[in-house]
Design a protein around this ligand. Structure first.
Ligand SMILES: Nc1ncnc2c1ncn2[C@@H]1O[C@H](COP(=O)(O)OP(=O)(O)OP(=O)(O)O)[C@@H](O)[C@H]1O
Ligand SMILES: [Mg+2]
Length: 224
């Protein structure tokens, strides 16, 4: 899926006392279908802001955002909800698993939302759990897993419906180097086999090395 930002500006409105914060100033960006791009930049430079715009979680203050030719910055909330469910997989630093669901149910969740039939949900979820190396933990709950295991479950959930776009915000930020490496290997294997577009923000040189190229974020803008 192609990702395109055209002259995007983003301002977070402050409360009455707090001044508004302009984070992005006239950002234009093109990421080709199937590319693996890495966002780098200092804390507060706007990486998560860009990922939220790309993932259609937030709208730009001005400018346009396109995903695969659809202008998401102009689409209805209803349309965006469906687009996010069907076409985007999200991976977060904090994993964001659903604590009341088992590992199996967490990974199956996007298929349940898509009303896939029960038998297919079962076989696809089992296959995904094998792939992320957690078949033996299917009936456990997230709080019974290590951080690395939680992130592998979260990646299984992010990709089980084969979204053409994966947005990852510091996916190894809470992991030690060994678990981080296993999560990055998993992301790389998904990229190699399914060819989704991946946009990943990271502070880590080791993580950045997994991408095809780097986009630097600084002073409200981006450069390659
Ligand atoms: N909801 C918000 N309201 C006001 N300001 C915000 C909001 N979200 C982010 N900001 C500000 O916007 C700027 C960019 O934030 P963003 O989270 O995009 O940075 P980042 O590059 O992801 O940083 P980090 O590496 O620490 O995750 C920061 O100055 C931040 O304080
Ligand atoms: Mg961030």
């Amino acid at each position: 899926m192609q990702v395109r930002l055209e002259h995007v500006t983003h301002v977070y409105a402050g409360s009455d006392e707090a001044a508004a914060v302009q984070v992005l100033n006239d950002v234009s960006l093109d990421i080709a279908p199937g590319a693996f791009a890495v966002l780098r930049g200092a804390s507060g430079s706007g990486k998560s802001t860009i990922l939220n715009l790309i993932g259609a979680v937030d709208r730009p203050t001005s400018g346009r955002v396109y995903l695969g030719g659809i202008e998401t910055s102009a689409a209805s909330e209803q349309h965006l909800t469906l687009l996010r469910r069907k076409s985007i997989g999200f991976v977060f630093q904090q994993f964001n698993l659903i604590p009341t669901l088992t590992v199996f149910e967490n990974v199956a969740f996007p298929l349940s939302l898509a009303k896939v039939n029960r038998r297919d949900i079962d076989s696809r979820t089992r296959a995904m759990l094998e792939r992320v190396g957690l078949a033996h933990r299917a009936s456990h709950y997230p709080n019974e897993l290590s951080g690395g295991e939680m992130q592998r479950v979260a990646i299984g959930r992010a990709v089980i419906h084969r979204p053409p776009l994966i947005v990852a915000d510091e996916p190894t930020g809470n992991l030690d180097s060994k678990n981080g490496a296993s999560v990055l290997e998993l992301i790389r294997s998904i990229h190699e086999t399914e060819h989704p577009t991946i946009v990943m923000a990271t502070h880590s040189d080791a993580a950045a090395a997994f991408g095809e190229y780097t986009i630097s974020v600084a002073d409200g803008n981006v450069s390659r």
